[in-house]
Write a protein of this length. Sequence first.
Length: 172
Amino acid sequence: MAKVMNVVFGIGIAVLIFIVVLLGIKAFYPGPTYDDYDCTYPEPARIAPVCAENMTVKECNTLQNSYFDSNSPEMKSYEECNKKFQEADKKYRTVLFFVVYIIGIICLIISMYLLNMTNIAAGIAFAGLALIFYGFGQSWGTTNDIMKFITGLVAAVVVIVFAVVLNKKYSK
């Protein structure tokens, strides 16, 4: 029964740490939202034309695309606003990656010092790994590949060192 409870508490600790870290980031470092930039997609000035049955697909696409002037000031304003939002989101995701990654590594290191309390160490370690995976997932397309490689390598070394320490401790 004690082993089952250790597993339950270990999983609970992992989930709660993961949730608390993400809620803390959301509370103290919220990401940009589309509403912050007030980007409104301009409404077409006229109703989209219906393609005739004898039109080719290319002709129909040309006709459908012509109903809205993509060079209009409204559309240019929308595209500029959207670009600003995308840039802010990219910066946010890159910072988010580093914040979550660092907290994940810290969790792994802390768990190494708590090996005598198995459920707590396991929960903190699992939360650290989950945070690292979350950081990579959230910023995969926005973070430099070299930076992802370096941080992934550091995380792998920390996990391997942790596994070696754990194996040495329990092999006795």
